[in-house]
Design a protein around this ligand. Structure first.
Ligand code: SF4
Ligand code: SF4
Length: 171
């Protein structure tokens, strides 16, 4: 039987974690000219191999940050005030003041299908996750470092990017 995306990720992460973190850390000090074509290639290859509906780990173990406009849009969808919505599902992160889910898995995840029940109006953070193409890449290396712990697509993407960059540059 084929090993699932999530199980393959959990098996391979411990073997590659240290190397991937060291690779990402170097972006604190390095600016790579021409990196965008490597990012585009690694991203395209990753998505061609990744079926998020067989995973949904981000919705199960992480939380999106809800912006003011997310709160307004999603609470209106449920005919709730923003306060009612907040009181029912959210809390404020003590460290940074972000509005985040109180529980995991996310209350809007259908655990049978791995689909998002509010997909069309989901938080902007969910729509942009896992942030492969945010620029400049070096400003988001800490985000990717966090996300390789939970997201098989990020793990693949950073592995591919590492291979491509280390082949081309004196890293
Ligand atoms: S974005 Fe990552 S964690 Fe979320 S479903 Fe896709 S592969 Fe899984
Ligand atoms: S709102 Fe939807 S996409 Fe975002 S975490 Fe919840 S289930 Fe996942």
């Amino acid at each position: 039987m084929a090993i699932s995306l999530l199980n393959a990720f959990k098996k391979n992460l411990p073997k590659q974690r240290k190397s991937l973190i060291l690779f990402l850390k170097k972006f604190d000090k390095k600016f790579v000219y021409g990196i965008q074509k490597h990012i585009d290639k690694a991203s395209d290859e990753t998505w061609a191999e990744t079926d998020c509906l067989s995973c949904a780990n981000c919705c199960k173990v992480m939380t999106p940050t809800f912006t003011k406009s997310d709160l307004k849009r999603i609470s209106a969808h449920f005919n709730m005030t923003e306060k009612e919505f907040y009181d029912k599902w959210l809390e404020t992160d003590k460290d940074n003041g972000d509005k985040v889910n109180r529980v995991q898995p996310c209350q809007f995840l259908d655990l049978q299908t791995n689909k998002c029940n509010i997909y069309e109006i989901r938080p902007e953070d969910c729509a942009k996750f896992p942030h492969f193409k945010r620029k400049p890449f070096g400003d988001f290396n800490h985000i990717h470092t966090q996300n390789i712990e939970y997201c098989p697509a990020t793990f693949k993407f950073i592995s591919k990017l590492q291979q491509s960059i280390e082949e081309k540059y004196n890293w």
